[in-house]
Design a protein. Sequence first.
Length: 346
Amino acid sequence: MSTVSAYAATSATEPLTKTTIERRDPGPSDVAIDIKFAGICHSDIHTAKSEWGVPNYPLVVGHEIAGVVSAVGSEVTKYKVGDHVGVGCMVNSCGQCSSCKAGLENYCKRGATFTYNAVDRDGTITQGGYSQAIVVDENFVLRIPDSLPLDKAAPLLCAGITLFSPLRHWKASKDTRLAVIGLGGLGHMGVKLGAAMGAEVSVLSQSLKKMEDGLRLGAKHYYATSDRGTFKQLRSSFDLILNTVSANLKLDDYVSLLDVDGTLVELGIPEHPMQIGAFPLALARRSLSGSNIGGIPETQEMLDFCAEHDVTPEIEVIEADYVNEAYERVLASDVRYRFVIDISTL
């Protein structure tokens, strides 16, 4: 065991505080990683504040991890000391079910082992990336291409793959009329990735205050959903809509923006159950679906795609002791567009 510094949540109401946690010694198939940067995802905040159920406190969150390999186990073949690597939302899965065998570990039938607040293979609770180091099975480590800076690579491990996976699954291309709901940490990656795949991208945002950013990032159109005329104007206009916001929206309005056989994909996870009427779906054979990150092969494909097409998130690098202020700013939508913790300041 080794001891490392970390920032942990101790309750739903208290600020994150500096602490120490233990990391296991690398086993034969393990990779030890010195964490350089960790992105702040809204999921971290939901979990830390008990909005998705009461987690196992004290808890270190963070599943957008970029760093450098510091040691490898005796059976590791994929990585060596000094490699640039990442860890996303999972650190293990059963490896035996049909999902795992298909490279869809995120849909493991027995449940993937998530990077934090899950029971690890040794019975301990997994602790995430707001820490100096982590030890992960080599099969859940991603190679970060040399052309991707580690600070900008970190958010790709959640925000990037969360948008890349549905774009790939629903075959986004130059023939796709794509709408992204929300221009935040997730949404801005949807715009960038959709544009890189050739789709005609529109942003659906509450107001036009980020319109200049949206167009700069690759959107062709930008609409304010606070204007009721928007829904009338855009009825039956899109093939694919990606909903990145975690608030409960009036889904009937948004589903009605889909053309025949169009799909709305839920990516942001609202706190309360969603409601939708049957008519907007039935009247144009529309679909309401969901998507949850991506498997390890697809995540590696995403990183390679981003390196090839120069797609990186817009980030604000912060020192570790700013994390609580950063949480408040995320909740106030005051970030363009992803906070990344410089772990050297921890």
